[in-house]
Design a protein around this ligand. Structure first.
Ligand SMILES: Nc1ncnc2c1ncn2[C@@H]1O[C@H](COP(=O)(O)OP(=O)(O)OP(=O)(O)O)[C@@H](O)[C@H]1O
Ligand SMILES: [Mg+2]
Length: 275
């Protein structure tokens, strides 16, 4: 498989992760659900890929297959050309609701990964401090998760994922539970972090604006069984100006994706009604 992957030099960017004809079927017999039809998708190194698609189309399933939490029925997910066999600290995962350790301080939550991989405690603490600063939570390092708002907890989750220095970040609707204002501020923050670290990111969202604002690639999925319906390459991720969202091109692409998703959401509704 390695031979298929273009070298880092030259025109084509290196492929960081790949879905190679991945399908997923849950259950057996009459109860079986075909979640994914063959999906082939390359995620370039340093890309910020957003997956959008109607509810139930298989976005989380796809992300979980790359994370190593789910096995594909056929096909495989690869990272750096090597098949994914299970979870790996090189892939950092952030879920919709922060899965923080409630009994640990914010700082200990973030230091947990570095400690678990054998870093001495002073160094793990320094790493935690660096990432807490990056997400603007230095002042809350000694607090416990319950003392934080939902948005702050999500930021701890992001700091915790970054502290493991993953090569790819897998984020499943990380901002879904937040209010619109907090969400916009965190989008700006995540864009700043991505622009400075250039981690490869796979990000699931239901928000077209969020995808356009953050992504270098938007992958639109069809209603279940999930297939790739369209792939777009917006340029707004490289902009530092929050006002890009008002540009003519942004509004045009928003309408385009809205149209694609509307067709699929209607198809998904018909599917649910016919069950
Ligand atoms: N563990 C499971 N067992 C059985 N079916 C499952 C399982 N996980 C997911 N599914 C089914 O697979 C399909 C895809 O689910 P998935 O969670 O990947 O969708 P999604 O695109 O992430 O949806 P949402 O936008 O609502 O989060 C759904 O029909 C779901 O019911
Ligand atoms: Mg999901």
């Amino acid at each position: 498989m390695q031979g298929d992957i273009p070298a880092a030099s030259g025109a084509a960017p290196a492929v960081k992760a790949r879905f190679d004809k991945v399908t997923k079927r849950f259950g057996t017999g009459d109860n079986a659900v075909q979640a994914l039809e063959p999906i082939s998708l390359d995620i370039a190194e340093n890309a910020f890929v957003c997956l959008v698609g109607p509810s139930g189309c298989g976005k989380s399933t796809l992300l979980n297959i790359l994370a190593g939490f789910e096995k594909p029925t056929t096909g495989q997910a690869l990272m750096d050309g090597t098949p994914v066999r299970g979870p790996d600290p090189r892939r950092g995962v952030v879920f919709q609701q922060g899965a923080l350790f409630t009994w640990m301080s914010v700082r200990d939550n973030v230091a947990f990964g570095p400690l678990a991989t054998g870093k001495p405690s002073a160094e793990a603490g320094r790493i935690a401090d660096r990432y807490l600063e990056m997400v603007g939570l230095t002042a809350f390092a000694k607090r416990y998760p319950y003392e934080l708002s939902g948005g702050m907890q999500q930021r701890v989750g992001i700091a915790r994922a970054l502290a493991n220095d993953p090569e790819i970040l897998l984020m499943d609707e990380p901002f879904a539970a937040l209010d619109a204002q907090t969400r916009e501020l965190l989008q700006e923050e995540i864009k700043r972090i991505w622009q400075s670290t250039r981690k490869t990111v796979l990000w699931i969202t239901h928000s077209i604006e969020e995808a356009l604002f953050l992504a270098t690639d938007i992958v639109v999925m069809s209603a279940r069984p999930g297939r790739i319906k369209a792939r777009l390459a917006p340029q707004f991720a490289l902009s530092e100006d929050p006002a890009v969202v008002a540009s003519v091109e942004f509004v045009r692409m928003k309408a385009e994706i809205f149209g694609l998703l509307r067709e699929e959401s209607l198809a998904a509704q018909r599917q649910e009604a016919g069950r």
